[in-house]
Design a protein around this ligand. Sequence first.
Ligand code: PEP
Ligand code: MG
Length: 572
Amino acid sequence: MKLTGIPASPGVAMGPVFLVETAELPVQETVLPEGEIEAEIERFHQALDRARQELIQIRDGIAAELGPDEAAIYDAQLLIVDDPDALRITEEGVRRERRNAAFLFGRHIGQVAARVGGAKDESLRERLADILDVERRVLVHLLGREHPLADLRVPSVVVAHDLMPSDVAQLDRDKVLGFATDLGGRTSHSAIVARSRGIPAVVALRQLSRAVKSGDVIVVDGHRGEVELNPDERSVRAYRVRRTRLEGQRRSLAELRELPAVTPDGVEIELSANLELPAEVEQVYAAGAEGVGLFRTEFFYLDRAELPGEEEQHRAYRSVAERLAPLPVTIRTMDLGGDKVASYLGTMHETNPFLGWRGIRFALHHPEVFRTQLRAIFRASAVGNVRMMFPMVSSLEELRRANELCAGVRAELERARVPFDRRLEVGVMIETPAAVWVADWLAKETQFFSIGTNDLIQYTLAMDRGNERVAHLYEPLDPAVLRGIHHAIHAAHGARRWVGVCGEMAGDPLMAVLLVGLGCDELSVACPDLPRVKAAIRAVPASLARGVAAEALTLGSAAEVRAVVHERVMPA
Ligand code: PEP
Ligand code: MG
């Protein structure tokens, strides 16, 4: 059986299926041996303590930024954590019934939730979400939350209904040959992480996870966006041949490694790599990149039970900066929200998470958490060539507030005589149409732009990048997108600022040429895409690229733009 989805990460993989069943925080009832009762009560106390500490940290941050009214929800949650009934009932239950605390606490909360959910008083019913939030927060600590892929032992192709970006980040590269999911889009974060890690992947396969069972054999073709279940011998042979051919192509591109990304008519492009995890730095060198144009830092915040501290972050940023020096590393400050949710930060269900509490909005709502990250980044700049940029900016006010926080951090570090790079460049990601239209203002108060086309496309074209139903609307060549990019570049250059592009669009060789033609100074792409982009830059004169871009800007549809780009660039 063959199914077609969306190609999310190139490469061909074949192997046994490892099916991930999605179960959320499974709480099992366990009978405790007599000797473990006190230890279980102690574990319960510790879980409550950790939940309390997290809530206090979140509440204080919000109170400082927005005032006590906004922070009140966390006070309400703290009352639930400190509820003497929950404590007494769970403790007594552990002693009397000899059951585990997670089960008893969950049972108690379930009863409270049923009462509250059925209440006539609406304000009481609204408490339900808080109660369930606290339950989850405590259970995460009690259960030590197992990773769904912990049982993966032999090299396999992972099949799941959906995978979170943090799941993909944790996949063991030696055991995961590839993955295929029912949901997702080409620029959903799981797909991006897969590409950067070189894991072949196909997403948006709709019913796949229902059609397979563990033990089936599956082929994932991440170029064509196809999967084939239990292929016959002839197909297997054909896939092997294809895989060998693709590997051969990759090897010949590797010869470009030491060569610069310069066009035949001498325009130098800074060609950098996108980095998802500190451990991937070696790939940046292997790909022949001139630095890191986007270091996503969300991995620090996802899939863990508590906030990362300044020291832990500092160590990671520092190690990346040190290993890359003198090459630059552009650290993107936290871009939580959207499809990257850290439950302990109090994120709640949102109907439109991509239009919600995301990126810089989220960071400015948690100034303490944000400041911790800023300090870690500034401190790391002492040992390397560090740049920093803010995601999802949609107004000058946001940029100013972020800049003010930076100024505060700089002053603090200076007072304490902690070394940092005083010339550290701070930039803004251009990811929203709003940022495009105020780009002239933003450019005056920042040092560079990096255009995040994944988001700029989704917001310009009003298509959710993670929703497979509208995935066909993802169109980097849409005139609305190209004009937005052109406008932002023009505004930046008018203020003598440089501009990069770090969205997936830059990883496509033809589009990269178009971006060079539009005037981009830097392109930052996933490592596996880098050699082909470099080959394209070295093959097409910038003068030709400029002509193609100028013509593209006069055209009314993506199809026309594509035709012109193909016709004029391909023969070169
Ligand atoms: C983008 O939006 O293009 C981008 C690079 O950021 P992310 O994909 O992390 O949202
Ligand atoms: Mg983005």
